[in-house]
Design a protein around this ligand. Sequence first.
Ligand code: ATP
Ligand code: MG
Length: 527
Amino acid sequence: MIKIGFKDLMLSKEILKAIEDMGFEEPSPIQARAIPILMEGKDVIGQAQTGTGKTAAFGIPVLEKIKSENKKLQALILCPTRELAIQVSEELRRLSKYKNNIKILPIYGGQPIERQIKALKKGIHIIVGTPGRVMDHMRRNTLNMDNINIAILDEADEMLDMGFRDDIEKILKEIPKERQTVMFSATMPKPILELTKKYQKNPQLVKVVHKQLTVPNIEQIYFEVKEKTKLEVLSRLIDMYNPKLSLVFCNTKKRVDELVSQLQGRGYFADGLHGDMKQSQRDKVMAKFRNGTIEILVATDVAARGIDVYDVEAVFNYDLPRDEEYYVHRIGRTGRAGKAGRAFNFVVGKEIYKLKEIQKYTKTKIVRQDIPTINDVEEIRTNLYLEKVKAVLKEGNMTKYIKYIERLLEEDYTSIDIAAALLKIAMGEQSKEDFELDDEFENTGAEPGMVRLFINIGKKHKIKAKDIVGAIAGETGLSGKLIGIIDVFDRYTFVEVPREYAKEVLMIMKNNKIKGKRINIEPANSR
Ligand SMILES: Nc1ncnc2c1ncn2[C@@H]1O[C@H](COP(=O)(O)OP(=O)(O)OP(=O)(O)O)[C@@H](O)[C@H]1O
Ligand SMILES: [Mg+2]
């Protein structure tokens, strides 16, 4: 088969330049096949696996079709969630970098409608919106749909599903009939294909066929767990694999909130995303996740469709999804654009049958693994350190350090003992086992095995419990789950840490700052 390049797709030089800036070397299969058909003006049903560039597959032809000198609205893209509407409009902005007179506007609920109306008045060529808000504008007559000649439904199956179907129908009825109608998704359940007949004219089915519905570069694993142990298993997996970013799916908003506070309590940088949150809050969380301030995003299925965040290395189905399609979309948040990813599934009791259904539907094998023991976590952690040591050895450049080690060798220590001692320090484990209890740690009122530390955080602080736990975990290198928080009171708080770590925490945190504020920390018995 001849490889098609972007240059073969009859694109304008502005688009080709933007594609190059974005680092796309060659079109993905769905792009190579769908772009020419869309450029011809035909209706398309496009299906291809998650993370394979469907956005640009419809985005590039849309941008090429816009006549920017005409200040009228010419294209409408509908997306199921606000986060996706924002993301798609960002991708279009990047693609239109050198066609900078094309105006693109995302419109979604939660944002003040007046602001959107004002922006619309300036002349917008492409709208990327959620059905609800687009309907809102239609009712207010703030959208002139008369010149739209292409309508795109991203995540078409989800959008046509239940709740949105009426809205979509009303919106499409407002758009002139001689339009192009396009639908894209990674899944196209049969009943939905039948529905498209109603909206599309002689649609071309562009399906990038694969045996599996999910991408092969995602390693898929399941664990048989008890409901009670899910949190512990999740923590161990995160400690073990140390993914840059993780996405954890729960089935309800309540479960999301619960898990977020449990993870924060264990010192992880976690936050939640679900439909009950205010838009501004949702935007903040997404932005923090994209820039890595939040490392674990716990979400309902609002984050399952279309969301493209670069460093998501692991997806957890903390609760198995209710239907098979959602499995495909959820795990598809990792392993995007050819990168590797891992998907972990927690299976409780009879849910194993559900998992079998999922495997049948996706035509993939999800491999069973034993729950990692604390020793496994330790083993993997150690391996990570040893890998680091090897990397430094490979780099060389150690003359300076060799000199120091020679001093110890002269004192009759063996090199193997010295190396072991250094590793112990590097792994933050020095003096743990032979730690002697000082009197100051007696009677602090903590749980058995723990020591309570008093922290004075001063007046008018904006420090939250999770900041404190997070800072202690970060500064001391102790995994956050070893530290418990009691509560943040007016000017002070207590934390509980395991006895063997108390001295170390105290030493490191003395004169330390949390959120830029100097804290005062001491054993709680002196209170
Ligand atoms: N030709 C290409 N070469 C390299 N990267 C690409 C190419 N096309 C798109 N990408 C990048 O791949 C990532 C995934 O693309 P996109 O979000 O469009 O996937 P999708 O097919 O819509 O997935 P989903 O089904 O999850 O919505 C994006 O970061 C995008 O910028
Ligand atoms: Mg997409």
